[in-house]
Design a binder for this molecule. Structure first.
Ligand SMILES: Nc1nc2c(c(=O)[nH]1)N[C@H]1C(S)=C(S)[C@@H](COP(=O)(O)O)O[C@H]1N2
Ligand SMILES: [Mo]
Length: 324
């Protein structure tokens, strides 16, 4: 059996050698499902997705960080990996799971540049060993009105920011996703300006909640969720959490971002989850938790900052209706 040595001292077998994710997930969720009395119902969808997972699915051990775990029931792996937004692979929710197989997450590098004293290019091994990997269960709320709860794996982006030593001019951080027509069929369509770019203010990027994300559900990120490395900013609408990033730039000015360019009146730079600021075309007061959406399930009330009230201190004195 071919084994690649991983810097964390974890042996990462090649994809053909790994236990299909469905097997892992069924073990992991068994207790949960039994507790909920839904084990019979859960078995069938898992069978359907077994095939897709055999491609991805290297295990990625991480220590749960209890300081960053919401109590909500995690979304099923199936829902989290088959209902996605990743426009580089198409605009339908099912497109990423269907078409992201052409993404090549290895080898991969992330260039860190701009207003930093130590610009660097890190490969995946370097990213994996930059800080201890933690499991954090975060809510993620899409601007479209649905949400999920996902056990992510990674560490605070602040760990990386510390290493590159931003200069005093670094006021914002820009995240640039891969834009390769050979790997990403959705780039043929001009739905967004490519590459997908997102950004944060430097203090938002440095907030401990902002996660440099390398895995989910105990494994490396599936392609459709932004393999091999993405950002997750849980108090902002999902589109701020750029997938498959290849560049992190520290800049003086607020960056132009993909959704803001496409519809500035609808998608602001801040995009904090806020039940009081409606999208021009729909209310943001409630949301649908994916997996709960049966006919009888009531919608959930959307929480200010998606429930992450600690971040309020980042916005002292700001009118969040104006800076939406
Ligand atoms: N590069 C890139 N990143 C992206 C997107 C995208 O289309 N391209 N979609 C965003 C949106 S709208 C959401 S809701 C989340 C979805 O993340 P998930 O599929 O892992 O749940 O990814 C965000 N990151
Ligand atoms: Mo989204």
């Amino acid at each position: 059996m071919l084994i690649k040595r991983n810097p964390n001292g974890i042996d990462l077998p090649f994809p053909s050698e790994i236990t299909p994710r469905a097997v892992f997930e069924s073990r992991r969720s068994f207790i949960r499902q039994v507790a909920l009395g839904s084990i019979a119902a859960a078995a069938a969808p898992e069978m359907l997705v077994r095939e897709a997972f055999a491609q991805n699915g290297q295990k990625l051990p991480a220590k749960p960080n209890p300081a960053f775990i919401v109590m909500d029931k995690p979304t099923s792996v199936k829902d989290a990996t088959t209902y996605n937004n990743f426009y580089e692979f198409g605009t339908e929710k099912t497109d990423p799971a269907r078409y992201a197989g052409t993404l090549q997450p290895r080898p991969w590098t992330v260039a860190i540049e701009g207003e930093v004293k130590k610009p660097m290019t890190l490969d995946l091994d370097a990213l994996l060993k930059l800080a201890p990997l933690e499991e954090r269960i975060y809510r993620l709320r899409c601007v479209e009105g649905w949400s999920m709860v996902i056990p992510w794996i990674g560490y605070s982006l602040a760990e990386l920011i510390r290493k590159v030593e931003p200069t005093g001019n670094a006021k914002f951080v820009e995240f640039v996703s891969l834009a390769d027509k050979k790997q990403m069929p959705g780039l043929r369509s001009p739905v967004l300006e490519w590459p997908y770019v997102e950004g944060l203010r430097i203090d938002e990027a440095n907030h401990p909640l902002t996660l440099l994300t390398l895995g989910m559900y105990g494994e490396v990120l599936p392609n459709q969720n932004g393999a091999p490395v993405r950002i997750v900013v849980p108090w902002k609408y999902g589109f701020k959490s750029a997938k498959s990033i290849v560049k992190i730039r520290f800049v003086k000015e607020q960056p132009r971002t993909a959704w803001n360019i496409s519809a500035p009146q609808e998608y602001g730079f801040y995009s904090n989850v806020n039940p009081e600021v409606d999208h021009p075309r729909w209310s943001q007061a409630t949301e649908r938790r994916i997996g709960e959406d049966s006919f009888f399930t009531r919608k959930r009330k959307t929480m200010m900052f998606n429930g992450y009230s600690d971040v309020a201190s980042l916005y002292g004195g700001m009118d969040l209706k104006k800076f939406f």
